[in-house]
Design a binder for this molecule. Structure first.
Ligand SMILES: Nc1ncnc2c1ncn2[C@@H]1O[C@H](COP(=O)(O)OP(=O)(O)OP(=O)(O)O)[C@@H](O)[C@H]1O
Ligand code: SF4
Ligand SMILES: [Mg+2]
Length: 335
């Protein structure tokens, strides 16, 4: 008997951006795999290509960007090969998305309850049924009392409540996959923790798979079972959250962790992130895509770099823990 395909399998995805100085490959052969009910965090610094990766999967890229090669298999079907009608049927129904800025995703002139109900109606529910389920969903995501909040307009709700409304809309049709891009970045730390808790609860209770995109390792550490690290458009490391956080192998991941831990220590007294191996904190800023070098793209900031790193392309090893580095940290290199 053949094995069921993973829920989401991204194979060698390449996305190009048109710029005044020519096309730039901003997503460079990214491969990801997400099983049903599992959670995968995609992390990396600003500009590394996280959002363009997510938009590529959903074919929602801005006009100046386009997928040039690769496959996005959802339950074995290539999303990149579907026509617009087939894709629309999957979006919102089997695959839901929540992005960073809730205000732009909500209609400012419609009551939030109606917006949740509409998400159900476009997928075949009657008006009465949709209203009843929308009320239940608002209650479930903490937009309470739902009977009062149903008729609120987006601007009458706080950022945290708006994000909860979006989550209610996202899970309304019981999707198999939820993609969230920086779902809590615009929120203050208390609300951030509450919304993350809600995402985790929805993921577990509804059995949906989660692709959570964040520049914040602390966010990913709280929610995800596996973590993929993106640097300059390329995946540089991927493994279980436990391995990535406790025993990172790629110098960039280790530096990111160290930087996150330093920030965490300044802002809190608890210890959610395990101590990474001692490394100098992330040095300098990431290069712009137009200046990515031909060899390892982290070489100019890496303390382990030697001439071989800049000389030619550095490929991702395959396996359960993947790493793109010529001189990775040893699996159990002591802190
Ligand atoms: N609409 C666009 N027009 C021009 N360049 C873009 C556009 N969207 C993204 N880019 C560029 O493509 C690269 C990848 O951007 P992307 O938004 O995917 O990064 P990101 O990892 O999501 O960053 P952030 O953490 O800031 O959201 C960046 O260099 C960015 O400046
Ligand atoms: S390939 Fe070389 S420069 Fe790149 S991360 Fe590894 S050691 Fe550093
Ligand atoms: Mg982004």
């Amino acid at each position: 008997m053949s094995e069921a395909p993973p829920l989401l399998e991204v194979r060698e995805l390449c996305t190009e951006l048109r710029t005044a100085s020519g096309p730039l490959l901003v997503v460079d052969r990214v491969s990801l795999r997400l099983e049903r009910g599992q959670s995968l965090g995609l992390v990396g610094e600003s500009g590394c290509g996280k959002t363009l990766t997510a938009l590529s999967l959903m074919r929602l890229l801005p006009p100046q960007a386009r997928v040039v090669s690769g496959q996005v298999l959802f339950g074995g079907r290539d999303l990149l090969a579907l026509d617009e009608r087939e894709l629309r049927a999957l979006r919102g129904d089997r695959i839901a998305m929540v992005f960073q800025e809730p205000m732009s995703a909500l209609n400012p002139v419609l009551e939030v309850g109606d917006q949740v109900a509409e998400a159900l109606r476009v997928h075949g529910r009657s008006r009465a049924e949709a209203t009843r389920i929308a009320l239940e969903l608002l209650e479930r995501v903490g937009v309470v009392p739902a009977s009062d909040r149903f008729a609120a307009y987006p601007h009458q709700l706080s950022g945290g409540l708006r994000q909860r409304v979006l989550l209610a809309m996202a899970v309304a049709c019981q999707p198999d996959l939820l993609i969230t891009d920086e779902p809590t970045t615009a929120l203050d730390p208390t609300l951030q923790a509450q919304v993350l808790e809600l995402i985790l609860e929805l993921q577990r209770s509804s059995g949906l798979a989660l692709l959570l995109i964040s520049h914040d390792l602390g966010v990913v550490a709280q929610v995800c079972g596996r973590v993929a690290v993106l640097h300059a458009g390329q995946l540089v490391e991927e493994g279980t959250a436990e391995a990535i956080f406790a025993r990172p192998r790629h110098p960039y991941t280790a530096a990111l962790l160290e930087a996150a831990r330093a920030l965490h220590h300044r802002t809190s007294s608890d210890d959610e992130l395990p101590a990474p191996p001692a490394l100098p904190a992330l040095r300098g800023a990431a290069e712009l895509p137009s200046r990515w070098p031909p060899g390892c793209r982290f070489a100019s900031r890496c303390h382990r770099a030697d001439a071989s790193c800049a000389a030619g392309s550095v490929e991702l090893d395959e396996g359960t823990h993947r790493c793109r580095c010529r001189h990775p940290l040893a699996p159990a290199e002591p802190p």
